[in-house]
Design a protein around this ligand. Structure first.
Ligand SMILES: Cc1cc2nc3c(=O)[nH]c(=O)nc-3n(C[C@H](O)[C@H](O)[C@H](O)COP(=O)(O)OP(=O)(O)OC[C@H]3O[C@@H](n4cnc5c(N)ncnc54)[C@H](O)[C@@H]3O)c2cc1C
Length: 415
């Protein structure tokens, strides 16, 4: 049996960044996954390190917007009818957390994490020899209607207040940045402080390689075998048991699979999302991620091609993929940018692990000494992974914390 200081369950970008931070502090660490590092949700995302985020995605504000979602006309969202009764309590809580006052609360509470997101990645990427994966070209949000643009006024004002400024551009200025975009939009905002990753899988792999170079061990095993042995935690892996004083659950959308048997039930849902990758047509190119605010999708240049990523689908995590959102949004996407042939035969699907208040859980597991939680990063798991790694390493090594992690405690759901 291998005895270590810490077991990290889940080698997505979150778990891998945590394992790396712990190894940097001299702990012996086993990183456990049933697949290779970064091959699940952390593979298929849009690649934006969204340090400038102010407001989260919100419940539809108007009856008309809600009706479009309900009638399955909105490109930004989809749902499985049979799943609605199961997710209804979460949706009601999400509606509560989407009120203007709660959105401002989110901005304030999350700023310590978002404000450190880019610098924390820069540091880890420098150490991991992965700096070439980061693009410092910002990201561009496009608004096709005056109403959609006007709806972001409060968010723009807050961005200024929080030192995460964005520039409002007219169509000409936006096309000066991205000449291949067709002028089908009326307004744009440019977050030049944001960065993006050209290959999210390569990033997780680079962090994993740095982790093993520091003496960390990657173990193939099923996290559901986690159990307590006296004061320690143990996982039964293919190569034998791994035992540690501390265990961190960083299993993204699969975290409940390990926590429910331990009696820990947190109100997490998943927002499923898809990507499909395309070759650009002719000489068309993109230098940065683009968000079409009226249609709720992103186009982002990746090492593999142009990646189109969708908004949220409310469905059981394990239900078969239903990528119907592409039918609704492809005319808009093709009208905006000259997309060529598809690179893959079928789209990729992943599940964003989400709490209704859009905050992750980062901290101690209630009633389980030595167990730590780091999941539920929703739309920002890539963005917040490096700072989450630092916060968990601070907590486990009892170092003065870089931020106050109280707003991210699991206990907030039992108050
Ligand atoms: C379409 C889309 C676009 C997105 N765009 C962005 C973006 O631009 N920027 C951003 O910051 N975030 C984005 N996200 C969100 C981000 O991808 C996720 O929040 C993040 O990847 C979650 O990382 P994770 O490490 O928590 O989970 P994962 O990457 O899913 O890792 C969990 C790991 O646990 C392992 N695992 C599960 N069960 C077991 C088990 N029983 N035993 C062993 N191992 C197990 C899995 O194999 C996996 O490796 C996007 C998400 C989607 C779906």
């Amino acid at each position: 049996m291998a005895r270590t200081d810490a077991i990290v369950l889940g080698a997505g970008i979150v778990g891998t960044a945590i394992a790396l931070h712990l190894a940097k502090r001299g702990l012996s660490v086993a990183l456990i996954d049933r697949r290779g590092p970064g091959e699940e949700t952390s593979y298929g995302n849009t690649g934006i390190i969204e340090g400038n985020t102010i407001f989260p995605a919100a419940f539809p504000r108007t009856l008309a917007a809600l009706a479009r979602v309900a009638l399955k006309q909105a490109p930004a969202a989809n749902y499985h009818l049979t799943f609605l009764p199961k997710v209804a309590p979460w949706l009601l809580a999400f509606r509560h957390w989407s009120q203007p006052v709660q959105l401002v609360d989110f901005a304030r509470t999350m700023r310590p994490l978002f404000g450190r997101a880019v610098a924390e990645h820069e540091a880890l990427m420098g150490e991991a020899g992965a700096a070439h994966l980061m693009r410092r070209t910002g990201w561009l949000k496009l608004y096709r209607s005056d109403a959609t643009f006007a709806a972001t006024a409060r968010e723009r004002a807050l961005a200024e207040e929080y030192g995460a400024p964005l520039r409002v551009l007219d169509v000409e200025a936006a096309r000066a940045l991205e000449p291949s975009l067709n002028p089908v939009f009326r307004h744009a905002t440019y977050m030049d402080g944001s960065t993006s990753i050209s290959d999210p899988l390569a990033l997780t792999r680079a962090y994993a390689a740095r982790f093993t170079a520091l003496g960390g061990v990657i173990v193939n095993g099923d996290a559901r075998s986690l159990h307590r042995e006296g004061a320690r935690w143990r996982v039964d892996a293919a190569e034998g048991a791994v035992d540690a004083a501390a265990a961190v659950v960083a299993l993204g959308p699969w975290s409940p699979d390990v926590l429910a048997p331990l009696g820990i039930r947190l109100p997490m849902a998943v927002k499923r999302g898809y990507h499909w990758q395309f070759r650009p047509r002719g000489n068309a190119s993109l230098a940065r991620p683009i968000y079409d605010a009226d249609n709720g999708y992103c186009l982002t240049p990746m090492a593999q091609g142009i990646r189109l990523t969708t908004g949220a689908e409310f469905a059981d995590r394990d239900a078969a993929p239903t990528p119907v959102q592409f039918d609704r949004l492809m005319p808009a996407a093709e009208g905006l940018f000259p997309l060529g042939e598809k690179i893959e035969a079928k789209p990729w699907m992943g599940s964003r692990p989400c709490f209704a208040d859009s905050r992750p859980v980062i901290g101690a597991a209630p009633g389980q000494p030595g167990l730590w939680l780091a999941f539920g990063h929703a739309h920002w798991g890539l963005t917040l992974s490096a700072i989450t790694g630092r916060v968990i390493a601070d907590l486990i090594s009892k170092t003065a914390p870089v931020i106050d992690s109280a707003p991210f405690a699991a206990e907030r759901f039992s108050r």
